[in-house]
Design a protein around this ligand. Structure first.
Ligand code: SF4
Length: 293
């Protein structure tokens, strides 16, 4: 059976019928689609996870300022802060540090995995690496959770958008938070239905988030939005695992996100003409960057 990635409901229903996980369904499907042994498909995803882990390590070790002067040192500082005095607990603080480290690594042209995009690349890996550390999970479990994240990401991409230019930052950081929330739930042993609930909650909490990068650079506010996205994913996963129901079906939440994206003015869709990009500070930065170029 080839999967069309048209609805989250399909995954929840099929996984329940077959008494399996969403990740197992996706792995089977991708092996069939690309006519590859499942081991090969798994190895490709495992290679992506290695890139994510290396990006988090590299970003945390970067102690320098970006070419624009707008960002830098964040992952480095937050990694130390997480170990010393963060008040939100080690799990949250480490996830935040990793999200920033990865987003800064992206801003400095480091190698990352777009998950689902470069601008939002810190959220999913930060959530999963931190969960792996917390629960002492083997790499195999996390790689499988990436297939679950992929399933939700594919549905969002097909039914709404994962592009800031099309749907605002809700489509990038919002989608990243949603797929990370679903993956966290699967890693924690939650059912496919609970994965779906976590996705819906995360997406709802990010709905309406605009895309307004200062000077058109994927730095401000993108880097801190990765930190916000990972905490949103953790919150949504905890809510869903804790038994909170979300009354709006996940596929309808995704549809609502699409409509909100369509309704956003162009100035708030990656044109660097609205929101933070349109502040006096943002306009001055844009002018500086134009003169530098
Ligand atoms: S603000 Fe725009 S460019 Fe930055 S992460 Fe969000 S969608 Fe991407």
């Amino acid at each position: 059976m080839m999967i069309t990635y048209d609805s989250v409901e399909f995954f929840v229903k099929t996984a329940a019928e077959q008494n399996t996980t969403i990740s197992a369904l996706v792995l089977d499907d991708q092996a069939e689609l690309f006519a590859l042994p499942k081991e090969d498909v798994f190895s490709r995803m495992a290679a992506s996870y290695e890139v994510m882990k290396e990006g988090a390590r590299a970003g945390a070790g970067q102690n320098g300022i970006s070419a624009s002067g707008l960002s830098g040192n964040g992952g480095y500082k937050l990694t130390a802060y997480a170990q010393q005095k963060a008040f939100s607990g080690a799990f949250c603080a480490n996830a935040i540090a990793r999200a920033v480290a990865l987003a800064e690594h992206n801003a400095s042209m480091g190698k990352i995995v777009a998950a689902p995009t470069a601008g939002s690349c810190g959220i999913l890996p930060a959530a999963l690496i931190t969960m792996q550390e917390e629960l002492s999970l083997p790499d195999e479990a996390v790689v499988m959770a990436l297939f679950t994240a992929g399933a939700f990401g594919m549905v969002i991409a097909r039914q709404a958008s994962i592009s800031g230019a099309e749907g605002g930052c809700q489509a990038e950081c919002g989608s990243a938070a949603a797929i990370a929330a679903a993956a966290l739930v699967e890693l924690a042993g939650g059912s496919p239905a609970v994965c779906s609930t976590a996705c819906a909650i995360a997406l709802s909490n990010q709905m309406g988030l605009v895309c307004d990068p200062i000077a058109g650079l994927v730095e401000v506010p993108c880097i801190v939005r990765n930190a916000g996205g990972v905490t949103c994913a953790i919150t949504a996963a905890e809510l869903a695992l804790g038994g909170i129901m979300f009354p709006v079906p996940t596929d309808e939440v995704i549809g609502a996100m699409r409509e909100v994206g369509v309704a956003l003015p162009l100035s708030l869709r990656e044109t660097a003409q609205g929101g933070l990009a349109a502040t006096s500070f943002g306009r001055a930065c844009k002018l500086d960057c134009t003169q530098m170029a």
